[in-house]
Design a protein around this ligand. Structure first.
Ligand SMILES: Nc1ncnc2c1ncn2[C@@H]1O[C@H](COP(=O)(O)OP(=O)(O)OP(=O)(O)O)[C@@H](O)[C@H]1O
Ligand SMILES: [Mg+2]
Length: 516
C-alpha cells in the first residue's frame, strides 16, 4: 500500500509506505477530536495507527509537528521502536538513537519516552508537543501522569494539538480507563467545557473512544490466519474474550477473580429485622468510602442484576448503600472535614438502627489535635477500630481472604452481595489488580478505597476456616464460546457521534458529527 501524501511547503513530497486500513484505523488517523482512545482487541492495529497518525500529522504540519510517544515501562518501548523504524523510515525519517527520537525530512520530530514513576511526567513541564501518544493506557494505575502531559500540548504555530491513546482491557488502570472512555459508549464525543479565568471565554475539549476489533486488521488476519487460534490458546475464557472481542466487562488477572454477576442484586427494601452496620475507609485528598451492610438472617429470594430470581443465603453480607467521597475525577477526594462526613452519614441513615461501625484504624491516630475518630464521635458518629490484617498471618485468614471467601460463598450462593446501585464499589473493586511485588495483596496504586472498607466489614464478621472447609464450592463458570462479529458496546444513545464510513477505494474516512 503505497501512496503519496501532501508534504510541508518547501519539502520534497515524501513517499508514505504506510496507510490506514479501512474501518477504525482510518477513523483514528482522521479523528479531529482532542482526546482519542483507541482500545479493545489485541492485534487490532492500534500501535500502527498511532505511528501512522504521526506520519500524517507531520506531513500536514511540517516542522511545527512535535510528538511525544510514551509507555509505562522502558522495556515495552523496544518493540514499538522497532515498528516505528519501519513506518517512520519509509517516510524518510532518521532515527536518532541517543535521543530515542525520529526526525522527519519536514523537520518534525517525535520522541519516545517512558513514564515508570508518576513523577516522571513532571520532566515534561515547559515542553511543547502537538501530539502525545500514550500506549497501553491501562498500564497506568491512575490517570495522573498521563493527564499532566496535557499541559505540554501547545503550539505557538497554531497546530491543532491532541492526545492519542491505545489500550487493551485489563491492567491496573482498567477501571479508570473504562469509566472515562469506554462507559460513555463508542464513537460518541463527550465534551468537557472550560471557562477561562481571564476573560470567561468558554471552550470545549472533546474525547472519544474508538473500539478496536481484530477483524478490522485484515492485513494481520490474512498474513497470520492462525493468530485467532493463538489468542484462543493464550489464556482463560475471560482473557480470550477480552483480547479477541475487546470485552471490557471482564478482567483477567483481577484480584477478585471469583467476582461474578451473582454478587450483584437489584436493590430491595432491607427488612427491619436485619442487623445493619457500616464500615469506613477514610480519605480527604483521596476519596473516602462508607459502606452500609445488612446481615441476611435466613435464605431470602431476590432478583439478580438482570432480573433473574436468586437467593441470598443465611449469614451473607448485603451492601445496601454506599457513600463514596470522590470529586468525580478518578481517585480524587472531596476534602471534606470529619464533621461534614459525620453529618452526611447521619443524614443518609436517618431512621435506621446501626448495630456497630468499623473504620480504618488510621482515623484513631491523633497528630497533636483530636483524631478524625474523635471529631466524628463528637459529631454523633462513633467508630470501632477495624481489623486491618490484609493478608494471612499466624494461621489466621487475612482480610482479603475473608472477602474472597465471602465473594465465592458456596452452592447456596455468595456470602457477599452488593446492590447494583453501589456504583463506586462496582466500578473499582472487581477490577482491582494484584500488587506485582506481593501477589497476595491488592495493588495499592489502584483505587482501592471501597474494597478496603468492604474488607473491614468482612473482618468484623470473620468466617472460620472450618466454614470454608465444609462448604462445597460454587459450580465453575461457563466456558467461553466464540461469537464471531459480536459487538458488546452499548450506550450509543444521545450526544454527538462520529460516524465512520471507510470507503475501501479512497481509504478515507468521512466524519460526520451530529447531535443526538
Ligand atoms: N495499516 C497497517 N499496515 C501494515 N501493517 C499493519 C497495519 N495495521 C496493523 N498492521 C500490522 O498488524 C499487526 C498488529 O498491529 P498492531 O501491533 O498495531 O496491533 P495492536 O492493536 O497494537 O496490538 P496489541 O493489542 O497486541 O498491542 C502488526 O504486525 C502491524 O504491523
Ligand atoms: Mg500495540
Amino acid at each position: 500500500m503505497v501512496r503519496k501524501v501532501r508534504s510541508h511547503p518547501g519539502v520534497a513530497a515524501p513517499v508514505l509506505a504506510w496507510s490506514p486500513q479501512p474501518g477504525p484505523q482510518t477513523a483514528f488517523v482522521n479523528c479531529p477530536v482532542f482526546d482519542v482512545c483507541y482500545g479493545g482487541a489485541r492485534g487490532g492495529g492500534k500501535t500502527d495507527a498511532c505511528l501512522g497518525e504521526f506520519v500524517l500529522h507531520q506531513a500536514r504540519h511540517g516542522r511545527a509537528a512535535k510528538g511525544l510517544f510514551v509507555r509505562r515501562r522502558q522495556v515495552d518501548l523496544a518493540s514499538t521502536l522497532e515498528r516505528a523504524r519501519q513506518v517512520f523510515g519509509a517516510a524518510g525519517a532518521r532515527f536518532l538513537e541517543q535521543k530515542s527520537s525520529f526526525r522527519f525530512p519536514s523537520g518534525a520530530v517525535i520522541w519516545f519516552r517512558y513514564l515508570e514513576r508518576d513523577s516522571d511526567a513532571e520532566n515534561y513541564q515547559g515542553h511543547d508537543y502537538t501530539r502525545v501518544y500514550v500506549e497501553e493506557l491501562t498500564q497506568f494505575p491512575t490517570p495522573g501522569p498521563v493527564d499532566k502531559l496535557r499541559a505540554a500540548l501547545r503550539s505557538a504555530a497554531g497546530v491543532p494539538c491532541g492526545i492519542r491513546a491505545s489500550c487493551n482491557p485489563g491492567g491496573p488502570g482498567h477501571g479508570w480507563v473504562k469509566a472515562r472512555y469506554i462507559d460513555p459508549g463508542p464513537w460518541r464525543i463527550v465534551a468537557e467545557h472550560y471557562a477561562s479565568p481571564f476573560d470567561g471565554a468558554e471552550v470545549e475539549l472533546g474525547r472519544v473512544f474508538i473500539p478496536a476489533r481484530l477483524t478490522d486488521n485484515a492485513l494481520l488476519m490474512a498474513s497470520d490466519p492462525l493468530y485467532v487460534a493463538k489468542l484462543q490458546q493464550s489464556g482463560s475464557a475471560e482473557l480470550v474474550r477480552a483480547w479477541l472481542e475487546g470485552d471490557w466487562n471482564i478482567v483477567e488477572g483481577a484480584f477478585f477473580d471469583n467476582w461474578s454477576a451473582r454478587n450483584v442484586v437489584r436493590p430491595f427494601a432491607v427488612p427491619p429485622g436485619w442487623t445493619r452496620f457500616r464500615s469506613l475507609d477514610w480519605g480527604s485528598a483521596p476519596p473516602f468510602s462508607v459502606g452500609w451492610w445488612a446481615i441476611c438472617p435466613d435464605p431470602t429470594p431476590v432478583q439478580g442484576q438482570g432480573g433473574a430470581p436468586m437467593s441470598i443465603p443465611r449469614g451473607a453480607l448485603v451492601r445496601y448503600r454506599e457513600w463514596y467521597g470522590s470529586s468525580g475525577k478518578p481517585n480524587e477526594g472531596l476534602k471534606l472535614a470529619a464533621e461534614a462526613v459525620a453529618e452526611g452519614i447521619l443524614a443518609r441513615e436517618t431512621g435506621e438502627e446501626i448495630a456497630y461501625a468499623v473504620a480504618d484504624p488510621a482515623i484513631f491516630a491523633s497528630d497533636g489535635g483530636p483524631s478524625i475518630a474523635e471529631r466524628m464521635f463528637r459529631a454523633g458518629v462513633p467508630w470501632r477500630r477495624a481489623d486491618n490484617a490484609r493478608v494471612a498471618r499466624g494461621g489466621a485468614m487475612g482480610g482479603w481472604d475473608q472477602m474472597r471467601a465471602r465473594i465465592s460463598g458456596d452452592e447456596a450462593g455468595p456470602q457477599l452481595v452488593v446492590f447494583s446501585t453501589c456504583r463506586d464499589f462496582l466500578r473499582t473493586t472487581p477490577v482491582l489488580q494484584h500488587d506485582p511485588a506481593r501477589p497476595e495483596d491488592v495493588d495499592t496504586e489502584s483505587e482501592d478505597h471501597a474494597a478496603d472498607e468492604a474488607r473491614y466489614a468482612c473482618m468484623s464478621r470473620p468466617m472460620s476456616a472450618a466454614w470454608r472447609r465444609t462448604r462445597r464450592p460454587p459450580p465453575p463458570r461457563a466456558a467461553w464460546t466464540p461469537s464471531p462479529g459480536t459487538r458488546r458496546w452499548s450506550g450509543m444513545g444521545g450526544g454527538a457521534r462520529i460516524g465512520c464510513e471507510a470507503g475501501a477505494a479512497a481509504r478515507r474516512l468521512a466524519f460526520r458529527c451530529s447531535a443526538g
